[in-house]
Design a protein around this ligand. Structure first.
Ligand SMILES: Cc1cc2nc3c(=O)[nH]c(=O)nc-3n(C[C@H](O)[C@H](O)[C@H](O)COP(=O)(O)OP(=O)(O)OC[C@H]3O[C@@H](n4cnc5c(N)ncnc54)[C@H](O)[C@@H]3O)c2cc1C
Length: 381
């Protein structure tokens, strides 16, 4: 039985651990903070890339595999953990995409997506709470009814509980510092709480992944991109669809709370929230769903996305250290593309036929850097 250490207990580390444990591997997770409290807690949980036509096929292939297999996985985790990750097929309404409509329609045909044009009464029927008074009578919207969401804090709690039942230990408050090697062979991980030995190591450290590697070897081009969010304590049915307009989204949760996001900020590892963004997100919420003016903002928070060039994650073995595998850099789409990325990684670790062609995600020379200060994702967005 292979002994595997996973660095990082976000959705990527925990889902990888689940798949490996179910395949019979002996897995331990090392987490510098607490399980599922970083980006995977902070995210919106939309099971679709926003504006999916803007992405390369490498992202689309992972997203489509995930969209197909998520319902079964989430049902399974719900049953085994007793915690409902709140998978809801809310559908996604796009407003204000006239400028890229042709590209969106071509993409939708190529990928067999249901993408319905709505206006007037039909639009009102699908989402009565939109700001109709501010809309021109001919304004159109585009609707993909199959798009679903999951509630991040519950997803990570259910995954954590599921791992407990599968006897996968999570060593919290334990930071991976370096790798144990002998004659060029990986033997395990050095942490601030001692050494952990293993046959294989998976780095699923989210936004922190490149910082750990750059001290010892070439690193993937992954850097933190902050996203601030707010949540309204509203009531069920104030809004029922996920609505996306001008880069801002509204996500209605099962209990009536409504999440609004999100910013893209380049401030290194700073997670502070700001008053300006709170005000801006509130105004955007009122612009899209005026009824939200009647409800208080309950909370504001920020998370650090593991930003990468074009949003294509790094999945595979490091070329400089055999048996060190990476699964990181999922950027804005770690939920929707995360499941397929974990399956693809596990296929490689166990020598199984991969679910999709792994080459676009590999750690080729041109995707690696010697110095994290050379990573500039502003150019990639
Ligand atoms: C505001 C916001 C909105 C988002 N919305 C969506 C969305 O709607 N849909 C979607 O698909 N995606 C969304 N995302 C993106 C998604 O949340 C991320 O891509 C995903 O959570 C990344 O998961 P991860 O496990 O790689 O990272 P993380 O959840 O950050 O986990 C990495 C873990 O590794 C640990 N770690 C790092 N280094 C070490 C070390 N040296 N030793 C030990 N532990 C270490 C960290 O402490 C952390 O817990 C959003 C993200 C944000 C911030």
């Amino acid at each position: 039985m292979n002994k595997i250490i996973i660095i990082g207990a976000g959705i990527i580390g925990m889902l990888s651990a689940r798949l490996l444990a179910k395949a019979g591997a002996g897995v331990t997770i090392i987490e510098q903070g607490y399980a599922g409290q970083e980006s995977s807690w902070a995210g919106g949980g939309i099971i679709s890339p926003l504006y999916p036509w803007r992405y390369q096929d490498a992202v689309t292939h992972l997203a489509q595999w995930g969209q197909k297999h998520y319902p079964e996985l989430l049902n399974d985790i719900h049953q085994s953990s007793g915690i409902d990750p709140e998978f809801i097929q809310s559908g996604l309404l796009y407003l204000d995409i006239e400028d890229e409509l042709e590209q969106a329609q071509l993409w939708e045909k190529a990928h067999a997506y249901e993408f319905t044009t709505l206006s007037g009464c039909a639009l009102k029927e699908v989402e009565p709470s939109l700001n109709f008074s501010a809309m021109a009578s001919e304004q159109q919207a585009w609707f993909t009814p199959s798009i679903a969401q999951v509630r991040n804090p519950r997803l990570v709690r259910s995954l954590r509980e599921d791992l407990r039942r599968l006897n996968v230990p999570i060593k919290q408050q334990t930071q991976a510092l370096s790798f144990i090697t002998q004659n060029g062979q990986l033997q395990g991980v050095v942490t601030d709480k001692g050494k952990f030995y293993a046959d294989q190591v998976v780095l699923a450290g989210g936004a922190w992944s490149a910082r750990l590697l750059e001290k010892y070897m070439q690193a993937p081009q992954i850097a933190p991109v902050k996203g601030q969010m707010i949540v309204f304590k509203a009531q069920p049915d104030v809004v029922s669809r996920i609505v996306l307009s001008k880069g801002r989204y509204v996500i209605p949760r099962k209990d009536g709370r409504v999440v609004i996001g999100s910013t893209l900020e380049f401030n290194d590892f700073d997670k502070t929230t700001t008053r300006d963004v709170l005000e801006e997100l509130k105004q955007e919420a009122y612009r899209i769903i005026p009824a939200l003016k009647n409800y208080p903002v309950e909370k504001q928070w920020a998370g650090l996305r593991p930003g990468s060039i074009d949003g294509i994650p790094y999945i595979g073995e490091h070329p400089e250290l055999k048996n060190l595998f990476i699964n990181a850099g999922h950027f804005r789409n770690g939920v929707v593309i995360g499941y397929a990325s974990c399956q693809l990684l596990v296929d490689q670790l166990l020598g199984n036929t991969p679910i999709i062609d792994p080459r676009p995600y590999g750690l080729s020379d041109e995707r690696l850097v010697n110095d994290c200060n050379d990573i500039d994702l502003r150019l990639a967005i």
